[in-house]
Ligand binder design. Sequence first.
Ligand code: NDP
Ligand code: OXD
Length: 309
Amino acid sequence: MRISFCCSDTKPQPWVDGLKAAFPDAEVSLWSAGAEPADYAVVWMPPQQFFDEQLKLKGIFNIGAGVDALMKLRLPAGVPVVRLDDAGMSVQMAEFVCHAVIRHFREFDGYEADVAEGKWSYRKPRLRTDYPIGVMGLGVLGERVSRALAQFDFPVNGWSRSPKAIEGVQCFSGDVGGQGFQDFLAASRILVCLLPLTSETRGIMNMDTLSRLRTGGYVINVARGSHLVDGDLITLIDNGHLAGATLDVFHVEPLPADHPFWKHPKITVTPHTSARTLREESIAQIAGKVRAVERGERVAGIVDPLRGY
Ligand code: NDP
Ligand code: OXD
């Protein structure tokens, strides 16, 4: 068996070494133009040339949960694309989102500012019932995040395309713009985005949708930058409808130095780090799935090209 690794923004050697250890009987190599045809590809944002040349693939394994970058390419017809299915990401996402929510809810920024001025001051405790949280996307990551938030007794709403039942979470479903979506937004004050980026979800956080959140809303985007219309977020923060945002993902990454998000006092920026791909867990998951595919079994995390996720 031949496995080709092709990744545009990660140091490749530890991956190649890890894959070699996981597949002692296979030939594992770092892809370069003109390389021999491989059976399986392990990729992150590969160039189109990779797929134009690799014509014998039996499976494409993405070393991330989101496949939006892959879906923009011309992929070989009929070859399954398999994304990471948790692989250690959901717990990271839960801690990141809970941190962002609690930091906002408990006003830790305000306390830090007071302490910096040597002030011993109290703020009136807020009511959790005034801070219902809406999680868009109830997949592998969104479900874990919703459950984690519910453990802190926040009212939690969730929205997905198909109906779900999650203990402690009020679940809404349906299409973007449909009644379930409108009801979900109207019931939420803090909005967390954990959707895949598809033609339906691009720009989903915009003037219209964010205006439907309760006044004093807060946005946490940990999915993809293109889910958000940046200028609309800034307008709604500056006019007081929204209290602020924590943003981990951006239209262009790294976030350009002159982007207004960097210096906005009510926006917290993190460098696409809310849930990192963990190499060992990911390689173990991919190795298990390649073996399952070789045995002719169906594996979890196969992307539906029509849905785009
Ligand atoms: P999943 O595919 O498991 O879940 C996606 C969820 O979104 C599902 O509940 C799905 O609904 C819902 N959804 C998709 N399209 C729509 C739609 N049009 N309308 C309503 N609901 C929709 O993905 P994951 O939870 O694993 O990952 C989610 C995203 O998180 C990734 O695509 C990636 O972009 C991002 N991510 C970000 C990271 C970071 O570090 N910032 C790290 C990892 C991932 P249904 O269940 O009905 O299909
Ligand atoms: C992912 C990511 O999709 O890292 O896994 O953003």
